[in-house]
Design a protein around this ligand. Structure first.
Ligand SMILES: [Zn+2]
Length: 475
C-alpha cells in the first residue's frame, strides 16, 4: 500500500514537473502523426509521420532514463524496473486527420488558461504522456513497484491496430495485466468480442445481372441495388410505388431497383435501416422471383431486418454487456451466389467459436455457407475482480465521483487485443465541453482538455502501479 507520506511525495513531484510535462508533450503534439492504413512495405509501415512521432517520443523517453526499443517503426516499447511479472501501459501516438475546421493550430500545443488544445491532446498523446510521467515519477522517487512496467507506444491505433498485433507477434511474454489510457473514466472492464464472416447465399436466376450494396463491413448498408433483365419496369414501378425507400429506373434493357437505408456504425445498428433488407423485402412484395432466388431474398430479408442475432440463431445477451448485435454490411453477386458480409459484436461472457457453430447450423437449411471467419475474443474482467476493485479504489481516491461505475462497450481499444486488459481513463464523462457538441472532443476540431485532467490521470496511474503490488492481478 502507498503510504500517506509517499502519496504526498508523488503529488509534489507532479506539481514540480507540470511545466516540463507540457513542454515535452508539445514536441509530440507538433508531429502531424496521421498513420496510413494497412501495412506499407519498407521502412515506414504506417507512413513517415507515424515514424517521426515514434522517433520524437523515443528521444524524450530515453531522456527519462528508460531503455526504449523501436519495433521497425510499428511501435515503441519501454521497459522500466524489474520483476517476474509485468504490467503493461498501452497508448498510441498516431492521430486522426485534423480536417479544415480548427480555430486553433491543430499541430501546436496551445495553452489557454487551464485548457490544453491540439490534435491528440486527449486521444491519445496527452494521456499516454501522463502515464509515462507517472512511471518516471515512481522511478525518480524510488517507488517503482515489484513488477516490471512495459510501456507500449503505438503508431497505428486509429486505422488498423497493426502496431499492437506486431508487438504481440514479437513479444516473448505479454504483461499479466494491462491498461490503456484511451477510454472514458472510470474504466471499461469489458469490450465485446467480434465475429466477422461472409455468408454465401445460392441465388441462381437468369433475371439477376447484379446485386450489390453497402460500402464497408462495419457499417449498416445504406444503399443496395438489384440490376435485373427480362422484367417489366413499369409493372415493378407500379407495384413498389408506395415504398418510399425504393426507386426503379431503366438502363437500356435493364431495370435497376435501388433501396435507400440509413447507415450507422455496427456497434449501434438499431439506429440504422439496412438497405439490403429493404430491397429484399421489396422484391418479395413485387413477386419478382420464384424458387432459389425467392428463398435467397427471404433469407436476406430475415438476416437484415433484425440486429440482435435472432435470424442467425444467436440471440444472446448477458448482464455485463447486453445484447449481441449483428449487421449485414456489404453484398455482392457473382455467378449465382450472393456474398453478404456480417459483423457481429458479441457479449463479453460468450465464446466466438460456440456462436459460430450455432450460426453455421442455423443457415445450413437455406443452403447458405459461412466463409472467411475472423474472431476477436472479448476483453473482460468481472466488476468484482481484485483488479477492477483496486482500479476503482484508486480512481475514486483521486476524482471522488461516487457515481462512477465500471462499464462495458462494443469494443475498440487496444485492450481487446491483450490478456487481462482494460481501458482506464482519461475522458471525464461529467465534463461540460465549453466548445459545444461538435467541437473540442476527440476526433473533432479543437480537440482539448483541461490540464488538470491529465495531471489527475498522472496521479491515478502512479498510485495504481504501486497499489497493484498488494494484489494478484490475474484474479
Ligand atoms: Zn485513441
Amino acid at each position: 500500500m502507498l503510504s500517506i507520506e509517499n502519496e504526498k511525495r508523488i503529488e509534489e513531484w507532479i506539481e514540480a514537473h507540470k511545466n516540463e510535462f507540457i513542454a515535452d508533450l508539445s514536441k509530440i503534439i507538433a508531429v502531424p502523426s496521421v498513420a496510413t492504413p494497412g501495412v506499407a512495405e519498407g521502412e515506414y509501415p504506417f507512413g513517415v509521420e507515424s515514424a517521426n512521432v515514434l522517433a520524437a517520443a523515443k528521444e524524450l523517453v530515453e531522456g527519462y532514463g528508460f531503455p526504449v526499443k523501436n519495433l521497425e517503426n510499428y511501435c515503441l516499447v519501454a521497459n522500466v524496473g524489474e520483476g517476474e511479472e509485468k504490467i503493461g501501459i498501452f497508448g498510441h501516438l498516431d492521430v486522426v486527420p485534423c480536417g479544415n475546421d480548427w480555430n486553433y493550430p491543430p499541430y501546436q500545443l496551445t495553452v489557454e488558461g487551464d485548457l490544453l488544445i491540439g490534435r491528440g491532446i486527449l486521444d491519445d498523446k496527452g494521456p499516454l504522456w501522463a502515464s509515462i510521467y507517472a512511471v518516471r515519477c515512481l522511478k525518480e522517487l524510488d517507488l517503482l513497484p515489484k513488477r516490471e512496467i512495459e510501456i507500449f507506444m503505438g503508431g497505428q491505433e486509429e486505422c488498423g491496430m497493426n502496431d499492437v498485433e506486431y508487438y504481440i507477434e514479437k513479444s516473448e511474454k505479454l504483461p499479466e495485466a494491462s491498461f490503456t489510457p484511451d477510454g472514458n473514466y472510470p474504466l471499461c472492464h469489458g469490450e465485446k468480442g467480434g465475429l466477422r464472416f461472409y455468408l454465401a447465399v445460392p441465388c441462381n436466376d437468369a433475371k439477376i445481372v447484379d446485386f450489390s450494396g453497402g460500402t464497408v463491413r462495419n457499417v449498416v448498408a445504406d444503399k443496395c441495388t438489384a440490376t435485373l433483365k427480362d422484367v417489366c419496369a413499369k409493372c415493378l414501378a407500379e407495384k413498389l410505388a408506395c415504398n418510399e425507400r425504393i426507386s426503379v429506373e431503366t438502363d437500356g434493357d435493364l431495370v435497376k431497383v435501388t433501396a435507400n437505408g440509413a447507415s450507422v456504425h455496427a456497434s449501434i445498428p438499431e439506429n440504422g435501416i439496412n438497405a439490403i433488407g429493404v430491397l429484399a423485402n421489396a422484391l418479395l412484395d413485387a413477386k419478382v422471383f420464384e424458387g432459389e432466388a425467392k428463398a435467397a431474398m427471404e433469407f436476406l430479408a430475415l438476416v437484415n431486418s433484425d440486429y440482435n442475432g435472432a435470424a442467425l440463431g444467436v440471440p444472446v445477451e448477458d448482464e455485463p454487456s447486453g445484447k449481441l448485435t449483428h449487421v449485414g454490411g456489404v453484398i455482392n453477386y457473382d455467378r449465382g451466389l450472393l456474398d453478404l458480409s456480417i459483423d457481429i459484436r458479441y457479449p463479453v461472457t460468450e465464446k466466438g467459436d460456440v456462436l459460430l457453430e450455432k450460426i453455421i447450423e442455423t443457415v445450413e437449411p437455406y443452403g447458405v455457407t459461412v466463409h472467411d471467419v475472423v474472431n476477436t475474443n472479448p476483453a473482460y474482467a468481472p466488476a468484482d475482480s481484485e483488479l477492477v476493485r483496486t482500479c476503482m479504489k484508486v480512481i475514486h481516491s483521486v476524482f471522488r465521483r461516487d457515481h462512477w461505475k465500471p462499464y462495458t462497450m462494443g469494443g475498440g481499444t487496444y485492450a481487446k487485443h491483450l490478456p487481462n486488459a482494460c481501458a482506464l481513463g482519461p475522458e471525464d464523462p461529467d465534463y461540460e465541453n465549453p466548445f459545444g457538441l461538435f467541437r473540442g472532443s476527440i476526433h473533432q476540431a479543437d480537440e482539448h482538455t483541461p490540464a488538470k485532467l491529465l495531471f489527475d490521470t498522472m496521479l491515478v496511474y502512479a498510485k495504481l502501479l504501486v497499489e497493484l503490488d498488494d494484489i494478484d492481478v490475474t484474479k
